[in-house]
Structures are given as structure tokens and as C-alpha cells.
Design a protein around this ligand. Structure first.
Ligand code: C2E
Ligand code: CA
Ligand code: CA
Ligand code: CA
Length: 278
């Protein structure tokens, strides 16, 4: 309140519009969910496009809040990035994925390679490498069954990133550049990155058939990826035509609703058994 003299006080109500309110509400709830371990990972099968085998899964965060209901990653991940909650959240994801890998193994499933999304902010955290090594040791997961998906924004801070990426490679985990084509990848840096896979963003896959220029771009990305020594994975495959196009043009791997939605752990178990029996 501002003293305007005399007994007249003018109150300023904080400018909490709906958007700001929702953010505060979500941040509080996300902290609580993290503390209470109310978050979940679902897993989307990634297939070898040549033979249809499951080559692994991508872990995707799911949050069903007891009060707020289902909140999609596109809403809470940016918030987590903004507030720094992505750091503890990201740590939890790595640990949970490793735990699940071992649980599947014990149930006779796999070894299932798990790709986790890691934010650039997280990778730049000082103890990231050490944390990762510790989790791998504690859970007993072989590093070759863990894959890390990072976006092109890793190239913003290329000198620092290079060191970290090399350390990751030395540990033996695989690296993919996620959402490739969407950002501003500097192609001249790309060839120096110690990565294994390029992941074509689903926005390109979406229009492959309807828009021939998109098809040409996708062909070019695949060819470029191969010439740099990377294998290529496509996301967002929803239709048979898209799958066929990608397979015909040498894209090694793919994922999308055409094959399977992201599934809870039991769903992956069922998917895996079904694939073994066809
Ligand atoms: P992303 O890494 O590009 O993940 C792919 C998204 O596409 C996922 O959305 C997935 O459910 C969705 N998807 C899969 N198949 C199809 C399809 O055939 N068609 C379409 N239209 N979409 C498909 P989701 O699960 O909502 O996640 C959104 C984004 O949130 C992810 O995009 C990723 O950037 C982020 N995210 C999710 N989990 C994590 C996490 O554990 N850590 C971090 N840092 N980010 C995460
Ligand atoms: Ca991803
Ligand atoms: Ca994407
Ligand atoms: Ca992404």
C-alpha cells in the first residue's frame, strides 16, 4: 500500500493475470510432485525401420497431478527450465530410466536401450557427468544401453559443450541431436560433434508426402547425416506412407503413433513380447 497522506491508502493488487497465476500454481505443484515422486515416465518404442525390431525406447515425462490433473510436458518442461527445477527433475529421469531398465531385465525384457531427453541446462551443470556415472554404477546399467537426446541448442555454447560431449562419449553412452532441423544448427560444427545419431524433427516428417519439398529436405538430412557418419532416426511417424518413404531413403530408425504411442512400463513389456512372437 502506498501512503497518499491522510487516511487515504491506495492498494495495489498484484498484477496476477491468469497466465502468471497458472505459472505459480504449476511451479508449486511441480515441486511437490517431484518431492513426492508423483511423476512418471512413459516409453515410446523406437524401431529399426529395416526389420521392424524394437531398437529401444524414448523415455517421456508424464505428470498427472492429484489436484490439477494431467499437465503436458509442453507446459511443464519450459516452466521447469525457467525455474531451474529441470535440474532435479532431469536427475530423477535418469535414475528412473536406469531403474526401469534393470526392472525390465529382471522380467526377461531386453536389455532395452533407453533414450532420455536431457536439457542443455542440465548437461552444463557441474556435476552432471559425475551424477550420470554414479547412477550407472549404482543401478548396474551398462552405459551402451543409455542414450542421451539433446537439442541443437547445445551448439550455442560450443566450446564448453564439446568437452562435455566428449566426456559422455568416453563413458560409453550414445548421443543424439534431437529435433534436428528445427533450430539453427551450424552445419560446420555438426561434423565435429562426437554424436551417434541425428533425430529428424516431426515437423518435417508430418509433410513428407503432402509437400514434395519437405520430402526433399528429409532426403537431404538423411544423406547429410550419413555422410557425417551418423545414423538417422525419425520421430512423429503417423502413417504408413511416411514410414515407407523414410525406410526407402535409408533412415535407419523411427518412432511414432504408427508403431506405438508412448506407453507405461507394462505396455512396453507387452509390445516387446508381441514383437518377439510375430
Ligand atoms: P520430444 O523430445 O521431441 O519428444 C517427442 C514428442 O512427440 C513427445 O511428446 C511424443 O509423445 C510425441 N510423439 C510421439 N509420436 C508422435 C507422433 O506420431 N505424432 C505426434 N504428433 N507426436 C508424437 P511429449 O511426450 O508431449 O513431450 C514433449 C516434449 O517435452 C519432448 O519433445 C521433450 O522436448 C520434452 N520432454 C519430455 N520428457 C522430457 C524429459 O524427461 N526431459 C526433458 N528435458 N524434456 C522432456
Ligand atoms: Ca526427444
Ligand atoms: Ca521433436
Ligand atoms: Ca525436444
Amino acid at each position: 500500500a502506498k501512503d497518499l497522506g491522510g487516511n487515504r491508502f491506495q492498494f495495489y493488487t498484484p498484477m496476477l493475470d491468469g497466465v502468471a497465476f497458472r505459472k505459480i500454481q504449476l511451479e508449486t505443484a511441480l515441486r511437490r510432485a517431484l518431492a513426492k515422486e508423483q511423476l512418471l515416465l512413459h516409453y515410446q518404442p523406437q524401431l529399426d525401420l529395416e526389420n521392424g525390431r524394437m531398437r529401444g525406447v524414448e523415455a517421456l515425462l508424464r505428470w498427472n497431478d492429484p489436484e490439477l490433473g494431467i499437465i503436458p510436458p509442453c507446459e511443464f518442461i519450459p516452466l521447469a527450465e525457467e525455474t531451474g527445477l529441470i535440474l532435479p527433475l532431469g536427475k530423477w529421469v535418469i535414475k528412473e530410466a536406469c531403474r526401469q531398465h534393470i526392472e525390465w531385465l529382471k522380467a526377461g525384457i531386453g536389455p532395452v536401450k533407453i533414450a532420455v531427453n536431457v536439457s542443455v541446462r542440465q548437461i552444463e551443470e557441474e556435476d552432471f557427468i559425475q551424477y550420470l556415472k554414479q547412477v550407472l554404477t549404482d543401478t548396474g546399467v551398462s552405459p551402451s544401453y543409455l542414450e542421451i537426446e539433446i537439442t541443437e541448442s547445445i551448439m550455442q555454447n560450443i566450446d564448453q559443450s564439446m568437452v562435455i560431449l566428449h566426456e559422455l562419449k568416453a563413458i560409453g553412452v550414445e548421443l543424439s541431436i534431437d529435433d534436428f532441423g528445427k533450430g539453427y544448427s551450424s552445419l560446420s560444427y555438426l561434423k565435429h560433434l562426437p554424436i551417434h545419431h541425428l533425430k529428424i524433427d516431426k515437423s518435417f516428417v508430418e509433410d513428407i508426402i503432402a509437400h514434395p519439398t519437405q520430402g526433399s529436405i528429409v532426403k537431404a538430412i538423411i544423406a547429410m547425416g550419413h555422410s557425417l557418419g551418423f545414423s538417422v532416426i525419425a520421430e512423429g511417424i503417423e502413417e504408413e506412407d511416411q514410414f515407407k518413404f523414410l525406410a526407402e531413403h535409408g533412415c535407419e530408425m523411427g518412432q511414432g503413433y504408427y508403431f506405438s504411442q508412448p506407453l507405461p512400463p507394462e505396455g512396453i513389456q507387452a509390445f516387446y513380447m508381441k514383437m518377439l512372437n510375430v
